[in-house]
Design a protein around this ligand. Structure first.
Ligand SMILES: NC(=O)c1ccc[n+]([C@@H]2O[C@H](COP(=O)([O-])OP(=O)(O)OC[C@H]3O[C@@H](n4cnc5c(N)ncnc54)[C@H](OP(=O)(O)O)[C@@H]3O)[C@@H](O)[C@H]2O)c1
Length: 244
């Protein structure tokens, strides 16, 4: 057993909006002392998805040009910061109100999607990390270099048809063009949680938290997330005063 009663841990379990929850040991990791419970709670699933999307699916490396579509949300704000650790050149796509936020967390360039459509600017990237799926795969292809890669975590709003479009059509399209199209589902691994814990301890990754609510007001937090324009993460404090 990796843990003892009373250990502080973070990770993923079922029904975790509660004082007591069950989780697999392999989906948990010790919470580093220098990381608050709020910071730790914000990382899985979003930061793991960002890490696995960029590192494992995207093969991110130094100097690569990367565009993150949906960069202001939970996954996106972690993705911008993780991509800078890999020394990629990051272009982030968001609406007007989030432009400054994305610059402040390290984006080299920000495209305001209310002003410009990045698929029509004539610019091409080595890697596109898509968290919205608001364009067709052929439109994304226009913004990819000849051997570029498109990695999608799914359609905003959790649209199953949107997810399946990428999941099945991407590999099919990849057979006929020089670019690669991948849709993936993140797997929670203790090793990745531990790495993210180190990044948060050192301050190289700082979770962006739009707001926090007590459990009694948790509905407002859920409604904010469901509206799909949250900045970073929304937290619900189950036990009052447990944020540190
Ligand atoms: N595959 C997996 O394992 C996995 C894991 C986690 C999440 N996901 C999926 O990944 C996606 C992102 O998750 P998330 O938690 O980051 O979502 P989220 O936090 O709800 O994302 C909200 C963000 O989306 C941005 N957005 C909305 N419309 C946009 C548009 N047209 N263009 C660009 N950005 C836009 C918003 O920015 P503005 O307010 O600036 O518009 C907002 O900051 C979702 O589809 C989710 O289901 C997949």
């Amino acid at each position: 057993m990796a843990f003892s009663p009373g250990d502080a841990v973070f990770g993923v379990g079922k029904g975790t909006l509660a004082e007591y929850a069950c989780a697999r040991e392999s989906a948990l990791c010790s919470k580093p002392d220098g990381v608050t419970f709020e910071e730790a709670a914000s990382a899985p699933v979003a930061a793991v998805t960002a890490l696995q999307g960029l590192r494992d699916q995207g093969g991110i490396h130094a100097g690569q040009s990367l565009l993150i579509n949906g960069a202001a949300g939970g996954v996106g704000t972690f993705a911008v910061q993780i991509a800078k650790i890999y020394a990629a050149q990051v272009t982030a796509v968001c609406s007007t109100k989030n432009v400054e936020l994305l610059r402040s967390i390290g984006a080299d360039r920000v495209i305001d999607y209310t002003q410009q459509d990045f698929t029509r600017l004539g610019e091409k990237y080595d890697l596109i990390f898509d968290l919205v799926l608001n364009h067709s795969l052929l439109e994304f292809r226009r913004a990819l270099k000849p051997h570029g890669k498109y990695v999608s975590a799914g359609a905003l709003g959790g649209s199953i048809p949107g997810f399946l479009t990428g999941f099945f059509r991407g590999p099919l399209l990849s057979k006929f063009v020089t670019q690669r199209f991948v849709t993936f589902i993140a797997k929670i691994k203790a090793t990745d949680l531990a790495y993210l814990g180190e990044l948060m301890t050192s301050g190289r990754v700082r979770p962006v938290i739009e707001n926090r609510y007590p459990l009694s007001d948790g509905r407002r937090g859920i409604e904010l997330v469901a509206a799909r324009h949250v900045r970073g993460k929304v937290l619900i404090n189950v036990v009052p005063g447990s944020q540190d």
